[in-house]
Design a protein around this ligand. Structure first.
Ligand code: CTP
Ligand code: MG
Length: 221
C-alpha cells in the first residue's frame, strides 16, 4: 500500500497575521508547505495531496515545484474538516493516508515513520501525542479547578489511517453534522479505536507570530 500525505494547507492564518496565507510563509527562505512535504517524504511518504486555498493553486504549484515526491493540489473549503474531506476524495481508498497540518513543518522523521508503521501494523487511526508542560485549570461558571495533568495529552499530526476508513468516518460526521477539530476524533466518533504514538515538541504548530520566531531559530540554527 502506498503512504499518501494529505497536507491541510488551505487556512488563511488569521492568528499569524502575515501578508500571505500561512502555508506560503517562508522560514529561512523556504515555505511552511514545502518544508512539511519534505519532512513527510523523509519519513516515508510516497506521494502528497496538498489542499490549498481557492485561487492560490499557481502559487502553491510554484512553492512545491521541487518537492521530492509527486504532489497533487486540491482546492480546500472554509473549515479544516471540509478541506480534509476534499483532499480525501483525491486519495485512493486502498492507501494509507497521513493527514498533516502544513503549519507543522518540523515534524521529525521518526514521528512520521512511527505513524506509518503503526498503520501498516494494523492500527486504524493513529495520532502522535505529547505530555503537557504546564499545569492546567478548568474554567466553569466563573470558577476554576485543577485538572490532573498527568492524564492529559496534546494531539499533533500527522495522523495516520486506512484511507477507506477515514473517508467513511468523514461521511458519517457530515451526515451527523458533527464538528471535530482533528481526524482521529472523526474516526473515534464512528466507533474506531485510536492508537497513540510518541509525538515531539518539534512538531509544534505555527499559530502566532511568536511561533514564527521559534521557527526561524530552529531553521536558521
Ligand atoms: N486548514 C485548512 N483549511 C481550512 C482551515 C485550516 O486546510 N479551512 C489547515 C491550515 O492551513 C493549517 C491546519 O489546517 O495547516 C491547521 O489550522 P490552523 O493552524 O488553525 O491554521 P489557519 O486556520 O490557517 O489559522 P487561523 O486559525 O489562525 O486562521
Ligand atoms: Mg484555523
Amino acid at each position: 500500500k502506498p503512504a499518501v500525505a494529505l497536507v491541510a494547507a488551505a487556512g488563511s492564518g488569521t492568528r499569524l497575521g502575515a501578508p500571505v496565507v500561512k502555508a506560503l510563509v517562508e522560514v529561512a527562505g523556504r515555505t511552511l508547505v514545502a518544508r512539511s512535504v519534505d519532512a513527510l517524504a523523509r519519513g516515508g511518504v510516497d506521494e502528497a495531496v496538498v489542499v490549498v486555498p481557492a485561487g492560490l493553486e499557481r502559487a502553491f504549484a510554484d512553492a512545491l515545484a521541487d518537492a521530492p515526491v509527486s504532489v497533487r493540489l486540491v482546492t480546500g473549503g472554509a473549515e479544516r474538516q471540509e478541506s480534509v474531506e476534499r483532499g480525501l476524495a483525491a486519495v485512493p481508498a486502498d492507501a494509507i493516508v497521513l493527514v498533516h497540518d502544513a503549519a507543522r513543518p518540523f515534524v521529525p522523521v521518526d514521528v512520521v515513520a512511527s505513524v506509518i508503521d503503526a498503520v501498516r501494523g494494523g492500527a486504524v487511526a493513529v495520532t502522535p501525542v505529547i505530555a503537557l508542560a504546564d499545569s492546567v485549570r478548568m474554567m466553569q461558571d466563573g470558577a476554576s479547578t485543577v485538572v490532573d495533568r498527568s492524564a492529559l495529552r496534546a494531539v499533533q499530526t500527522p495522523q495516520g489511517f486506512d484511507a477507506g476508513v477515514l473517508r467513511a468516518s468523514h461521511r458519517a460526521a457530515v451526515q451527523a453534522r458533527r464538528v471535530v477539530t482533528d481526524d482521529v476524533s472523526v474516526c473515534e466518533a464512528a466507533g474506531h479505536p485510536v492508537t497513540l504514538v510518541a509525538g515531539s515538541r518539534r512538531s509544534f504548530k505555527i499559530t502566532d507570530p511568536f511561533d514564527l520566531e521559534i521557527a526561524e531559530a530552529i531553521a536558521g540554527g
